[in-house]
Each structure stands twice: as structure tokens, then as C-alpha cells.
Design a protein around this ligand. Structure first.
Ligand code: PLP
Length: 414
């Protein structure tokens, strides 16, 4: 079958099932077009996108400014490798470092690569700056974390589905309870070889767990006390999603190492990166780390445009305002139905907790019903549904979505 021939949804699903590895369990909808907060399936049905590609498409689908920058650059120069300089990367680095207030950026492509990069920087810093004996550095991580899919990263996951039968696992990680400062202090006190604390400011994949107020600030202070690097994985929470440019901005915390990905490109292209100040980033020396595609001219052009759109269109502020409205509307509804336990989140990163067991199909079935009603969302961890629309949504569209969600839940409880 020719690639460009029109496919029905069923044909597209059959092709993926037959020829693709089965490493995902998608909702049965086949998308062929996107614009702003909307996506369309191959039959022409329109949906509100309430996943935004796991918060990569914060700037909305096919944002003209981002796509324009990408097309212009694609016609000019796509890839040089870092064996040579290119005339775009430095501009992106200057723009990103001034946006986030760090001395240096190390550009990569995917979120997992950026996390790996942060772990490598942290380990080098441990040996070269903190004076930890060779191969003894420990990095503290949290239970129920999600940082990506590489063998090292899944080594400190506690999700059996992500981890099982991928051993032997990488050593050097200490797992503590999330949102537990006592556990963090204990881990820091009892591990003189601790070098870093890697944390998601809100645990997205785990089900949008928002830590107690003050947790990030106190955690950062503890890290400072024990000379341990505070490493924020803002791949999902960053770039306007939670109502500030970064989720750590809610508590005025400045991480030692900041990890970005996903919306750093507005979903147009894989662009990720790690930011740090010179005294940390200088442990990275020529040849000690790299990526063929990392920092390529298209990524640089797209990254600059994507960050520009967030600032120019006030998308963090919009997320803050609409997020309040969303939770307020759902909080009015929740007491009237026994299907939803609660709504939680920050900005436009929210989730509802379904009143059923984790292994029930209720959340999945609700997402199927939402799809029928023109809104796409996906369950995470069984009985939790994440709601994360593009940040370019307006108030009227949000109220339309709230009414779709409430109607769907009402009909479902019947
Ligand atoms: C998605 C995600 C990653 C991994 O990003 P990929 O681009 O899928 O490799 C890492 N950390 C967090 C918090 C994420 O949400």
C-alpha cells in the first residue's frame, strides 16, 4: 500500500499492529492533522487534545511561528554535527541560558538523553569537585519517578512494567519517598557519597502528584547543606505547563542542574537540553559527552521559536488562569458524582482520580467515552486520567471541554 494513499482508521491501526513493535497501547484513534488545541482523525472528526503529546505540544499543534522557523532552517542547513560550528547553536544557547538564568546549555534531543546527561554531569562533579572516591557517587531519586527509558534510567524506576527483565541494572542510586523531607535528610546524612538529588517538581507520569507546599524549597536547602546537586527534571512540568515558566518557579527555587525537553520544541522536533552554571558544566570537556544530532541547526531554530512563543503569547500566565478555572469547575462537579474522587494539579497539568481499583478498566473506558465526545485523554497508572491541553487554549474552549468532561462522567455513572 502506498504511503500517501488515504487510509481508514482501521487500516492504519492494522498496519501498526502488524509491522510495528507493540511497545505502546494507544487509544484507538488515528490522527492525521493538528492545529492549536485541536487534532483531527483520518475520518475528519475533530477532537480537543488533552494530552498534548505528554506536554510536548504546549504551544499548540503546528504553531505557525515554530513550523515557519523549522521550514526556513530545513531549507538552509539541517545538520553539521558538532565536529564543526554552526551559525544557529550559539544563538539558541544564548537565548535559552538568558531565559532560564544559567551560564551554559548542553543540547540533546530526547528527554531521556537529557536526564542521562544530567546524571553524567553530576557524577563527574562528584569526583572532580566534591572529591567523592572513584565509582562511589550516589544519586538520590524518588519512588514512582519517571525520567525516561534508557537502561540506566529504568534501573532506578520502581515501575515493574518499565523495568522487568531489562537487568542487570545500573548501580549508584538511592530511592526515597517523594514529598518526604525527613527521608531526604536521612538519605543525605547517612550517605556521605551522595552527589545529587534528582526530582520531578510534580510527578507527571505517576499521576500528577503535586508535592506539599515548600517541599522543593526545603529540599533545595537540604541539598545545599550537604553539598549535593539539586537536579530538577522539568521535561514535563517546564515551559509554561504548570502556570510558570518552570514548576520550580512556584517556590523560587533555582536548581543546580535543570533538565528540559518536550515543549522545548513545541512538539515540532526532538529538542532537549541541560542547563547549569559554569562551575558545574565545566566538568564536561571535549570528547567526554556528545550527540550527532544534539544542537543541530533545526533544533536550535525550533527551540528559540518555541521559547519565544511561550513568552510572546503569555502561555504560562494563561495556563495559570485556565488551570484555576478547570479545577474550580471540576471541584463543583465532583461532590455530585461518585465516579471521581478528586482533581489535582497546577496550571494546566491536572488529573482526576477515578473511584475504582488501579487494575480496573474504568479510567480507560472513560477515556474511550471522552474520545466519542470529542476529547482525547489517556489514563496513567490505571485509575488516574491526566488532563493537559495545549496552553494556547482560550476560556471559551476550556469551558466547552469542561462541559464535555462533566457530561461524559455523568453519563458514565448512569
Ligand atoms: C517524558 C519525560 C522524560 C523522557 O523524555 P523522552 O523524550 O520521552 O525521552 C523524562 N522525564 C520526564 C519528567 C518526562 O515526563
Amino acid at each position: 500500500m502506498a504511503v500517501l494513499e488515504h487510509l481508514t482508521s482501521q487500516q492504519a491501526i492494522d498496519l501498526e499492529n502488524k509491522y510495528g513493535a507493540h511497545n505502546y497501547h494507544p487509544l484507538p484513534v488515528v490522527l492525521s492533522r493538528g492545529e492549536g488545541v485541536y487534532v483531527w482523525d483520518v475520518e475528519g472528526k475533530r477532537y480537543y487534545d488533552f494530552l498534548s503529546a505528554y506536554s510536548a505540544v504546549n504551544q499548540g499543534h503546528c504553531h505557525p511561528k515554530i513550523v515557519g522557523a523549522m521550514l526556513d532552517q530545513a531549507k538552509t542547513l539541517t545538520l553539521t554535527s558538532r565536529a564543526f560550528y554552526n551559525d544557529m547553536l550559539g544563538r539558541f544557547e544564548e537565548y535559552a541560558t538568558s531565559t532560564f538564568g544559567f551560564d551554559k546549555l548542553l543540547p540533546m534531543n530526547t528527554g531521556a538523553e537529557a536526564v542521562e546527561t544530567a546524571l553524567k554531569i553530576c557524577r563527574r562533579w562528584a569526583y572532580q569537585k566534591k572529591g567523592i572516591p572513584e565509582n562511589q557517587a550516589q544519586i538520590i531519586v524518588c519512588e514512582n519517578n519517571f525520567h525516561g527509558r534508557t537502561t540506566t534510567i529504568i534501573s532506578f524506576s520502581n515501575d515493574p512494567v518499565a523495568k522487568e527483565d531489562y537487568g542487570p541494572y545500573t548501580q549508584g542510586f538511592i530511592k526515597i519517598e517523594y514529598d518526604n523531607l525527613v527521608a531526604l535528610e536521612k538519605a543525605l546524612e547517612s550517605n556521605p557519597h551522595a552527589a545529587g538529588f534528582l526530582v520531578e517538581p510534580i510527578q507527571g507520569e505517576a499521576g500528577v502528584y503535586v508535592p506539599s507546599e515548600g517541599y522543593l524549597k526545603e529540599a533545595k536547602a537540604l541539598c545545599e547543606k550537604f553539598n549535593v546537586l539539586f537536579i530538577a527534571d522539568e521535561v514535563q512540568t517546564g515551559i509554561g505547563r504548570t502556570g510558570k515558566m518552570l514548576a520550580v518557579d512556584h517556590e523560587d527555587v533555582k536548581p543546580d542542574i535543570l533538565i528540559l525537553g518536550k515543549a522545548l520544541s513545541g512538539g515540532a522536533y526532538p529538542v532537549s537540553g541541560v542547563l547549569a552554571n559554569d562551575e558545574i558544566m565545566e566538568v564536561i570537556t571535549p570528547g567526554s559527552h556528545g550527540s550527532t544530532f544534539g544542537g543541530n541547526p533545526i533544533a536550535a531554530a525550533v527551540g528559540m521559536a518555541a521559547l519565544g512563543v511561550i513568552k510572546e503569547e503569555g502561555l504560562a500566565e494563561n495556563a495559570e488562569t485556565l488551570g484555576e478555572v478547570f479545577r474550580e469547575e471540576l471541584n463543583k462537579f465532583i461532590p455530585t458524582c461518585d465516579l471521581v474522587v478528586k482533581v489535582r494539579g497546577k496550571g494546566l497539568l491536572n488529573a482526576i482520580l477515578i473511584n475504582d481499583t488501579e487494575d480496573s478498566s474504568t479510567a480507560w473506558d472513560i477515556c474511550m467515552a471522552l474520545k466519542e465526545n470529542g476529547l482525547l485523554a489517556k489514563p496513567t497508572h490505571g485509575n488516574i486520567i491526566r488532563f493537559a491541553p495545549p496552553l494556547v487554549m482560550n476560556h471559551e474552549q476550556l469551558m466547552d471541554c469542561v462541559s464535555i468532561i462533566i457530561k461524559t462522567l455523568q453519563n458514565f455513572s448512569k
